[in-house]
Design a protein around this ligand. Sequence first.
Ligand code: HEM
Length: 164
Amino acid sequence: MNETTLLAQHAGFLPSRGSIMIDFVFVAMFGIILVLGVSIYLVRYLRMYQVHKWIQVITGIVLLVTVIAFEVDMRFFTDWEKLAEPSKFGSTTVHNLLYFHLLFAIPTPILWIVVIWRALLKFPSPPEPGPHSASHLFWGRLAAIGMLLTAVTGWVFYYAAFVA
Ligand code: HEM
């Protein structure tokens, strides 16, 4: 398969070399961060615990499905290294940016599963502050920061690999 065919077959919807799935995740992360910000604002300032709970459970499920679809695409269908080849940054920098991104992208989903699982078990239903609050505040904030850093490092990698 020559280069043009390869790029055309995998063409995403953004003006970059990203595949459909790569473009989708790039855009979806803006939505996830926005919704996460709203969810934390609602629980912190408006004490809307039940809304916060369902936003987090639903975004958690959506993220899990997206991550699985993304992994299947990367492993079996899209040769991202080929798409990144023309990058001005060169293979070493692009790979290093990916490793830096993975530093956050691998632990964060695991942390999310643990935070959601523990919150569902330890907060009453409907949820309200209680003995689990201190631990949830600490790990919930870490999970939120982890997701933000996953998004930012992912956007930087996307730019270096598929735009530059
Ligand atoms: C990954 C998922 C989640 C994240 C990242 C998250 C994050 C947070 C954060 C950062 C806060 C503190 C806001 C502040 O600064 O005051 C918070 C509070 C809270 N969250 Fe979550 N949360 C998640 C899932 C859940 C779930 C599933 C539930 C319910 C079952 C829940 C129930 C609560 C409650 C009740 C509070 C208020 C605690 C208090 O103020 O004492 N959270 N969450």
